[in-house]
Design a protein around this ligand. Structure first.
Ligand SMILES: [Zn+2]
Length: 379
């Protein structure tokens, strides 16, 4: 058997225990104190393995970097391993959704997205150190505290670090119950479309009013028509608000719209469509704000090369690693958009990210950890 895989299997209980500790330290994006507690816990775990630094995250928790001390003499270039410490789960979720081991899985808030992936990297580095396997490049882990809410405070640091790295590996979960790796992700953005009309008494003065709600409803059908499935472009008016009471002609209404683009070159024309929305009713006005937040991670030659390497290394572990693309964004979108070869989805295999059934497969812990270790040794 592959010695790295054998080591990872022998460490399975330790990996599960670390995942439990990480899951039981809740870290919702909007609670900086909680995220900082998680970062402190991880800094303690990482301290024997490398040099840890943290960076202020503004209104979010701090971001963490760890440069690992790994076997082998002089290193050439750097591999950036990217992850996030925050989860979508509010503090106290553990009471209803405790960490547990059942049906061949580990369950709990953030276990799949992405606390298990972090634990895998820790043990991958342990394996390389214990087995004294030469790692040719520097390995830097960066964990952002605000990935689940758009990475506003970490983006600059991610881009700066990525520019000085030759490749990026992302610890987000794999796709589906076979854990496919990700070489493409859609770009993500959002728009707010606000309509202002004219308030009036719905009974006494109806004709004097201009309904922002009626106008917005017409705009929404127009906006929904921007979707172009053949190009992987979707536009989703996901949230609407407006009006004050039923007997008042509404003076204001707004829609929040999620957009996804598979290709960067579709973003500007779509933006122009939003910006050129004009009211049907001349007594109403329209204001548009927002835009693309994360550029798409387009399938690139560099990303595919990384995938093929992972597939070859996976076969040495007896695993057939597959490739996938997804509509969801990650910080890998930012690094790929800079032209840095990025391979995403190297974290846990499971299902139910952001959902109550969030869980990972226990029998895929060892081989995923080993795959990360083998990638680091091969780059
Ligand atoms: Zn994630």
């Amino acid at each position: 058997m592959d010695p790295i895989l054998a080591f990872c299997q022998s460490q399975q209980a330790g990996i599960v225990d670390l995942i439990r500790r990480l899951v039981e330290c809740e870290s919702p994006s909007d609670d900086a104190q909680a995220v900082n507690r998680f970062v402190d816990l991880l800094a303690e775990v990482l301290a024997p393995l490398g040099t840890v630094r943290t960076f202020p995250g503004g209104r979010f928790g701090k971001h963490l970097q760890c440069e690992f001390q790994l076997p082998g003499g002089k290193k050439t270039g750097r591999v950036l391993v990217l992850g996030h410490s925050d989860t979508v789960w509010p503090l106290g979720t553990l009471a209803q959704m405790p960490f547990r081991e059942a049906d061949g899985r580990l369950w709990g808030p953030g276990v799949l997205d992405m606390k298990a992936g972090i634990a895998f990297l820790v043990y991958a580095c342990c394996a390389l150190r214990e087995l004294d396997i030469r790692v040719p490049s520097k390995v830097l882990l960066q964990l952002n505290s605000d990935e689940e809410v758009g990475s506003e405070s970490s983006r600059q640091l991610t881009e700066k670090t990525a520019r000085k790295s030759k490749v990026v590996l992302v610890l987000e979960p794999g796709t589906g119950l076979t854990g496919k790796l990700k070489t493409a992700r859609k770009g993500v953005g959002d728009y707010t479309v606000t309509v202002r009309g004219k308030a009036a008494h719905a009974g006494v003065d109806f004709s004097a009013g201009a309904s922002a709600i009626v106008e917005l409803a017409r705009q929404i059908t127009r906006i929904a028509g921007f979707t172009n499935l053949d190009r992987g472009l979707t536009v989703n008016p996901g949230l609407i608000s407006g009006g004050t009471r039923t007997n008042v002609v509404a003076s204001e209404a707004a829609a929040q719209v999620d957009i996804r683009v598979a290709r960067l070159r579709d973003a500007a024309p779509l933006d122009r469509k939003f910006r050129s929305l004009r009211p049907f009713d001349r007594h109403c006005s329209i204001e548009v704000s927002g835009g693309l937040n994360r550029p798409p991670m387009e399938r690139s030659a560099g990303g595919v090369r990384l995938f093929r390497l992972a597939r070859r290394l996976g076969r040495e572990l007896g695993i057939e690693v597959e490739e996938s693309s997804t509509g969801g964004g990650s910080d890998g979108n930012l690094t790929a958009a800079l032209g840095i070869p990025t391979l995403d989805g190297l974290g846990a295999v499971g299902e139910g990210a952001h959902a109550p059934q969030e869980s990972i497969l226990i029998d895929r812990i060892a081989d995923r950890t080993a795959l990360i270790a083998k990638l680091l040794a091969a780059m």
